[in-house]
Design a protein around this ligand. Structure first.
Ligand SMILES: C[S@@+](CC[C@H](N)C(=O)[O-])C[C@H]1O[C@@H](n2cnc3c(N)ncnc32)[C@H](O)[C@@H]1O
Length: 310
C-alpha cells in the first residue's frame, strides 16, 4: 500500500462506507496545475528572488506603491489576510506591479494550485460521505472560495458552515455564494474555531482547515483541532495544508508585507494532529512543492489499532 492509499474500515453513522479502498492521487490526477519551466525557475533563483529578498525595504515598498500593487496594499492592511488570498486566487491582476507577484510569483501560483487540489479532494470526500446532505465545517474559512469550488465540483449537494474570527469576509463570501447558486447551502458564523461546538446545529461529516495553520502557533492548532475532534464522527476526514520554504521569498514576505508565516512539513503537522486523535494521513503535494494538502481521519477509539476490519 502506498503512502497515499488509504483503506477505510468500519461503518460510521456519518461518513464512510465500510471497507472501502481509495487512492486519493487518482482523484486529483487530471487537475491542470500551474507549473514553472526550467528557465523560469533559474531566473527566480538567480535574479528575482535575491532582488526581492535583499533590496532595501524602502526601495521595494516605494516600487510597489508606485506600481499600485493591490496585493501589497492588501497585505499592508492585513498581512496574509483573506483579501490578499482572493487577489492571488483570482490570478488576473490589474496593476503592472502585481503581474510579477500574482501571475508569475511562486507563492501565488502555489496558492492557486492548493485551491485546485484541496477543492477536488473535498469534492470527492463530499461525494463519498454517507450523510445526506454531507455537512462540511470550514475553520478560518475566509469568504469560502475553496469550499464553494468543491461544492460546485461535487456530484451531490452539500451544506457548509464557515467559521471565521473576521466577519469582514462574509459579505464578499455571500455575494460569491449567490453568484454560484449556493446561498441556501452555506452559513457564515463569526467565531473562534477553538469553540466550534457553540456554532453547530448538527455534527460535521468533515472538517476543512486550509490556509490557517501557517499563521498559528502549535498550541493554537492543537486547540482548534481538538475542538473539531469533539464534534466529528469517528473516521471523519480533516483537510489541511503544510507550507515549505520552496517559494524562496520568506525574507521578502517578512520585510515587505509584514507576513510571518510558520513553515511546517507535513510530518510536523501530522504529529500535532495525532496528539488529538487523527491518523491515516494522505499527503499530496502541489507541483511547485510549496504546499502539501493533507487528509487525515479521526481515529475510531472502538477499533483495535491494527484492525483491518472484517
Ligand atoms: C489566510 S486566511 C485563509 C482563508 C481561507 N481559509 C483560504 O484559504 O482562502 C486565514 C483566516 O483564518 C482566520 N482565523 C485565524 N484564526 C482563527 C480562529 N482562531 N478562529 C477562526 N478563524 C480564524 C482569519 O480571520 C483569516 O480569515
Amino acid at each position: 500500500m502506498t503512502e497515499a492509499e488509504v483503506v477505510l474500515q468500519g461503518a460510521n453513522p456519518y461518513t464512510l462506507t465500510p471497507t472501502w479502498s481509495i487512492r486519493m492521487e487518482d482523484w486529483v490526477a487530471d487537475i491542470e496545475f500551474e507549473r514553472q519551466g526550467l528557465l523560469h525557475r533559474l531566473l527566480k533563483t538567480t535574479v528575482t528572488n535575491p532582488l526581492a529578498n535583499h533590496l532595501p525595504v524602502g526601495l521595494l515598498k516605494a516600487l510597489l506603491r508606485f506600481g499600485k500593487s493591490e496585493l501589497a496594499a492588501a497585505n499592508w492592511v492585513d498581512p496574509g489576510g483573506w483579501r490578499s488570498m482572493v487577489i492571488s486566487y483570482d490570478g488576473r491582476p490589474r496593476q503592472i506591479a502585481d503581474k510579477l507577484l500574482v501571475s508569475g510569483g511562486t507563492m501565488s501560483m502555489a496558492l492557486r494550485n492548493r485551491k485546485r487540489l484541496a477543492s477536488r479532494l473535498l469534492a470527492r470526500l463530499i461525494d463519498s460521505a454517507v450523510s445526506d446532505p454531507p455537512h462540511v465545517l470550514c475553520l478560518g474559512a475566509g469568504p469560502g472560495h475553496i469550499i464553494m469550488d468543491a461544492m460546485n465540483q461535487a456530484q451531490r449537494d452539500a451544506i457548509a458552515t464557515l467559521v471565521d474570527l473576521n466577519p469582514e469576509t462574509f459579505e464578499y463570501g455571500r455575494r460569491q455564494a449567490e453568484r454560484l447558486g449556493l446561498s441556501e447551502s452555506v452559513r457564515y458564523v463569526q467565531g473562534d474555531a477553538r469553540e466550534v461546538e457553540k456554532y453547530l446545529d448538527r455534527p460535521p461529516d468533515m472538517v476543512k482547515m486550509l490556509g490557517i495553520c501557517e499563521y498559528l502557533e502549535d498550541s493554537e492548532i492543537v486547540d482548534i483541532v481538538a475542538s473539531a475532534a469533539e464534534v466529528m464522527p469517528p473516521g471523519g476526514p480533516i483537510v489541511f495544508n503544510s507550507l515549505s520554504k520552496a517559494h524562496g521569498t520568506d525574507r521578502f514576505f517578512r520585510r515587505i508585507f509584514g507576513l510571518h508565516m510558520i513553515h511546517r512539513s507535513p510530518v510536523e503537522l501530522q504529529t500535532l494532529m495525532q496528539q488529538v486523535g487523527f491518523a491515516d494521513f494522505n499527503s499530496i503535494p502541489e507541483p511547485l512543492g510549496v504546499y502539501h494538502v493533507i487528509v487525515g481521519r479521526l481515529k475510531d477509539e472502538n477499533q483495535p489499532p491494527d484492525s483491518k476490519g472484517p
